[in-house]
Design a protein around this ligand. Structure first.
Ligand code: NAP
Length: 474
C-alpha cells in the first residue's frame, strides 16, 4: 500500500470496485436494469437539493441544471431499456458448415465480455450528465463494468452528494457498494496513478486537450495499456451558403448568437468557426451576427482556470495579425463579453493558432473565396464533434463536395439548426477524428456508448453448457 494518502484512497476505491467486477459482468438484465432505473429515480427524488448544490458550485443556473438532471435520469433509463432488450448480451451465431475450408467451418458464436473496472473522469461543464451518474457511468454499468469516478474539482460537494445517493440505491437493492467508487480531491499525479492502476481496464474522459492527452499517454504507457475513451476538444465549424443567408440571414444570426453564448460557450459542441462564401448576403449576415452577439450577457465561467483559458485564447486571436475583431467587446457582465473575429480562409489554413478551440463565448468567421477553399478549410480542421451545413437542401456539385469534406472531419453532420444540444438516442454519434475523440469509432453520448466497454469473444465449437446463457456465461 503506498504511503501517500491520496494514492491509498485510490487503492482502496479501485480494490473495492474490482472485487465486484465478476459479479457485475455476469449479472442478469433484470438486476442491471433495476439498478439503472433506481439511480434515475433517486436522482429525480433529490433533484431540488442537488440542483441547489450544483448551482452553488457551478453557477450554471437552476433552469439549466434541472434540465440536466432530467437528461441524466432519461439516459439512465434509456440504458436500462437497452439492457432489458439484451443489447450487452447479444451474440452472433454462425452454424458449422461441413467440408474443407474456406467454405467449411466450425460453429462460431461471437459474444461480448465486459472489459472490467472503468476509471471515469467527470467533466466540469456537465455536473450531472457527464459526472458521477452521467453517460459514461450509465453506459459502463449497462455494459457490465463497475466504475471508479474521479470527481471534477469544479463540483466536489455535488459529486459526493450524488455518490452518497447512489450508495443508498445500491444498499436498498442489496448490491455491493463497490459497484461505484469515488475518488475526490485527487492531484494530477493521483489521477495518473488511477489510470495506471493494474485493476483498471478502461478509462473514460471528457475535458481539455492537455489533460486528456496526458492521461491518454499514461493509459498507453502502462505495462498493459488499456482503452482510453477521451473527448478532448472541438471547434464545430458551421458552413452557411449565400442563398439561405439571403433568405433568412437575420433570424439565423440571432439563433447562432444564442448558440455561441449558451452556457457561456462552455459546450464541447459550441460553434467556434463560421465559414462563408463571398457575397452581399454573407456580408450582411456577419453584420447581423455581430449585432446579435455583442449585447448578450453571459454568466460566470465554471472555474477560474477556464476563465484564464478563455482570456488566453482571445488574447491569442487579438494578437494574430490576420484576425480582425468584428466589434469592440462590451464590458464583462458576470461572465466574459462575447467575442467575434474574422479571418481570411488562407490565413486560417496557414496558422494553426487560429484553429484552436477557445472554450467560451467566442467564434471566428472564416471568409472563403470559393467552394474549393471551403473544402480546404474543412480539411485543415482537426477532427471535430460536429459540422453544421446551412443551405444544403439542393444536391448540386458544391453541396456534395462540402458535405463530403464535412463527413471526413466530423462525428455529427447537421443540415440545419445549431450544434449545441445533443440528443440521447441509438443513432447519436458524439465523437469524431482526433482530438474530438481518442477513439473515433466510438461515441460518448447515445446508447452505442455502451459498446465501448465490451470486448468481443468468439466461442468455437462451444459445448452446450456454455450456451445456456452465452451473453453472460453465467
Ligand atoms: P481538464 O483540465 O482537462 O480536467 C478534466 C479532468 O482531468 C479533471 O478531473 C482534471 O483534474 C484532470 N486532469 C487535467 N489535467 C490532468 C493531468 N495533466 N493529469 C491528470 N489529470 C488531469 O478539463 P476541464 O477542467 O473540464 O476544463 C478545462 C478546459 O477543458 C476547458 O477550458 C476547455 O478547453 C476544455 N474542455 C473541453 C470539453 C470538451 O467537451 N471537449 C469539456 C470541458 C472542458 P482536476 O479536477 O484536478 O482539474
Amino acid at each position: 500500500m503506498p504511503v501517500d494518502p491520496q494514492l491509498q484512497q485510490i487503492d482502496l476505491a479501485v480494490i473495492a470496485v474490482a472485487a465486484t467486477a465478476e459479479f457485475w459482468a455476469t449479472s442478469s438484465a433484470t438486476v442491471r436494469s433495476a439498478l439503472l432505473e433506481g439511480l434515475a429515480q433517486a436522482l429525480e427524488a433529490h433533484q431540488i437539493e442537488l440542483v441547489a448544490l450544483a448551482d452553488e458550485e457551478t453557477r450554471l443556473g437552476a433552469g439549466r441544471l434541472s434540465g440536466e438532471v432530467a437528461r441524466t435520469a432519461f439516459q439512465l433509463r434509456g440504458f436500462a431499456t437497452e439492457v432489458r432488450n439484451g443489447v450487452p448480451y447479444a451474440s452472433v451465431d454462425d452454424p458449422a458448415i461441413a467440408g474443407a475450408p474456406p467454405a467449411g467451418r466450425p460453429r462460431l458464436i461471437r459474444v461480448n465480455e465486459p472489459l472490467g473496472p472503468v476509471a471515469m473522469f467527470s467533466a466540469s461543464n456537465f455536473p450531472f450528465a457527464f459526472s458521477v451518474l452521467g453517460g459514461d457511468t450509465a453506459s459502463a454499468l449497462a455494459a457490465g463494468c463497475p466504475v471508479v469516478v474521479k470527481s471534477h474539482s469544479g463540483h466536489p460537494r455535488l459529486s459526493q452528494a450524488v455518490f452518497d445517493i447512489a450508495q443508498g440505491v445500491l444498499k436498498a437493492q442489496g448490491l455491493p457498494a463497490g459497484l461505484l467508487g469515488l475518488v475526490s480531491g485527487a492531484s494530477r499525479a493521483a489521477g495518473t496513478y488511477l489510470v495506471q492502476h493494474p485493476h483498471i481496464a478502461a478509462v473514460a474522459f471528457t475535458g481539455s486537450f492537455g489533460g486528456g492527452t496526458a492521461l491518454w499517454r499514461a493509459a498507453n504507457e502502462r505495462p498493459v495499456p488499456v482503452p482510453f475513451f477521451g473527448e478532448l476538444g472541438s471547434i464545430n465549424p458551421l458552413i452557411a451558403l449565400p442563398d439561405i443567408l439571403a433568405r433568412d440571414g437575420q433570424a439565423l444570426a440571432s439563433i447562432l448568437a444564442g448558440s455561441i453564448t449558451m452556457g457561456c460557450g462552455q459546450f464541447c459542441t459550441s460553434p467556434g468557426v463560421i465559414v462563408l462564401l463571398p457575397g452581399e448576403a454573407s456580408d450582411r449576415f456577419v453584420d447581423h451576427l455581430a449585432t446579435a452577439l455583442q449585447p448578450l450577457a453571459t454568466h460566470a465561467m465554471l472555474t477560474p482556470a477556464m476563465r484564464q483559458g478563455f482570456d488566453h485564447g482571445v488574447a491569442q486571436l487579438e494578437q494574430a495579425a490576420q484576425a480582425r475583431p468584428l466589434f469592440q467587446a462590451a464590458a464583462d457582465t458576470r461572465g466574459p463579453a462575447p467575442r467575434l473575429f474574422e479571418v481570411d480562409a488562407q490565413a486560417f489554413i496557414d496558422n494553426a493558432h487560429l484553429r484552436e478551440e477557445v472554450f467560451g463565448p467566442c467564434a471566428v468567421v472564416v471568409r472563403a473565396a470559393s467552394v474549393a477553399q471551403v473544402n480546404q478549410v474543412l480539411s485543415a480542421i482537426d477532427g471535430t464533434l460536429t459540422a453544421t451545413l446551412w443551405g444544403f437542401e439542393q444536391a448540386d456539385e458544391s453541396a456534395r463536395s462540402i458535405y463530403r469534406s464535412a463527413r471526413k472531419v466530423a462525428g455529427r453532420v447537421l443540415f440545419g439548426g445549431v450544434p449545441t444540444g445533443v440528443a440521447v438516442t441509438a443513432a447519436q454519434q458524439h465523437g469524431g477524428p482526433w482530438p474530438a475523440s481518442t477513439q473515433p469509432q466510438t461515441t460518448s453520448v447515445g446508447y452505442a456508448a455502451l459498446q465501448r466497454f465490451l470486448r468481443p469473444v468468439a466461442l468455437q465449437d462451444a459445448p452446450a453448457w456454455t450456451l445456456e446463457n452465452p451473453g453472460t456465461c453465467a
